[in-house]
Unconditional design. Sequence first.
Length: 68
Amino acid sequence: MNTYKAVLVKSYIVEIKAENKEEASKYVELYTGDIKDISTIQDREKFSFEITNIDVQTNEVIEIIENL
């Protein structure tokens, strides 16, 4: 089996209650977990793959919008 590196971009909308935008931004970056491999043994066997490492490169808030 060959080994490949893929650059993957995902975006999330996280709803948070906080005192202000600065705290909201800080807390969503700090307290959201890293991405992990969610494949099962059956997935890996059936489709013949294995995720060997996930290295998070960016964890940055792009925009904060207050719900009215």
